[in-house]
Design a protein around this ligand. Structure first.
Ligand code: DP6
Length: 348
């Protein structure tokens, strides 16, 4: 218990009793895939992402002295099953750190269209971390909030910050306290980039395997996992240099190979996990064709068949049109670098 408090650099503060926060999703250019500690959400590798300017999640937390259990509402309906369990487990962690037992009323509004293929867990837990920390009186700086958000969903640690963000895996040795302290996200410098992500939704259906289960089975069974993790470390170092130089072509090439490598680790898992569909490959072909025509366009895919295409802002319309022409029925969303998580005041 004592260690737990030290690990989070909590400075007790007066609980506000209620707070509302907003956070945006992020897309990884260097992927997080695989945990070395599932309880603490510690990854095997560093990852790097771009926070988006679309699809915010807004979450309010209000402490309720009378309530016997947490009340969790998601897009206007009571949360059930795994979604509710994850939020309550997260609130338990906040309560333990705050030394308070009061239950909460949590209200979350996601603006990601259902099935857009963008996980709402990153924006969701980043917003919940900021709102719950304030409501329960944990005085955390951005690094502390990132560590806290990580305990809800690994990728949420990155949505605490805006623009380009690196999440440090931290040390693999030492105490739990050391490990917790070492694993947080922070902004990464980038110069002169004017990037856009064209999000191509080829399939809006729910995913068949959760990313949590898929990454576990990949780490446990894929002979390609360790080689990918090693190459991902090298990719991250190159990515930092490319961002510093403002070299979109290098950023895109590194992101694309890192994502394809991650999917290769899954294809080699036993049994194989395959998120990429025929439509995904059609979009990847159109991205290759764009490059042949001299357009800088690079693809990345997460735990689903949808494709996010990185390009210069000035090429976004052309990229969106090419993707839609190649894979009719594809819905596209255009995203740019967005802000980090923040508290909203009473009038929003
Ligand atoms: C493929 O953060 O959703 O999007 O930590 O188990 O909640 P948990 O997983 P999550 O995994 C994201 C995986 C990914 C790659 C990435 O965002 O880096």
């Amino acid at each position: 218990m004592r260690e737990e408090k030290a690990a989070t650099t909590v400075r007790p503060r007066t609980p506000q009793g209620r707070a509302t926060a907003v956070a945006h999703p992020n897309i990884a250019l260097i992927k997080y895939w695989g945990k070395r500690d599932e309880r603490l959400f510690l990854p095997w590798t560093d990852s790097l992402s771009m926070t988006l300017d679309i699809f915010p999640t807004t979450t309010s937390v209000r402490l309720d002295a009378e309530a016997e259990q947490d009340e969790v509402t998601l897009n206007g309906a009571p949360a059930t099953g795994e979604a509710r369990r994850r939020v309550v487990a997260f609130l338990d962690l906040v309560r333990e750190r705050a030394g308070l037992s009061r239950r909460a009323v949590v209200d979350t509004e996601n603006t990601v269209p259902t099935g857009a293929g963008l996980a709402s867990s990153a924006s969701g837990f980043a917003a919940l971390a900021v709102a719950a920390a304030t409501a329960y009186g944990l005085d955390l700086d951005a690094t502390g909030l990132s560590r806290l958000a990580r305990r809800g969903s690994g990728s949420a640690s990155r949505s605490v910050h805006g623009d380009f963000v690196v999440w440090h895996a931290g040390r693999t040795t030492g105490t739990d306290e050391d490990a917790d302290l070492g694993s947080y996200a922070e902004p990464v410098p980038s110069a002169g980039l004017d990037p856009t992500l064209v999000i191509a939704v080829v399939d809006a259906g729910p995913k068949t395997v959760s990313s949590r289960a898929a990454m576990r089975s990949t780490v446990d069974t894929s002979p390609l996992y360790r080689p990918w993790a090693a190459s991902s470390t090298a990719d991250l170092a190159e990515m930092r240099t490319a961002l510093r130089r403002g070299d979109l072509e290098a950023v895109g090439e590194i992101a694309e190979r890192n994502a394809l490598g991650m999917h290769a680790t899954m294809l080699a898992a036993r049994p194989a996990v395959r998120y990429l569909s025929a439509a995904t490959l059609t979009v990847l072909d159109s991205v290759l064709q764009l490059r042949r025509e001299g357009v800088s366009a690079y693809a990345t895919m997460d735990a689903g068949p949808n494709v996010k295409v990185l390009c210069h802002r000035t090429d976004a319309d052309q990229v969106a049109a090419a993707v839609c022409a190649a894979a009719p029925g594809t819905a596209v969303h255009v995203a740019r670098p967005g802000p980090g998580a923040r508290l909203l005041n009473e009038d929003g």
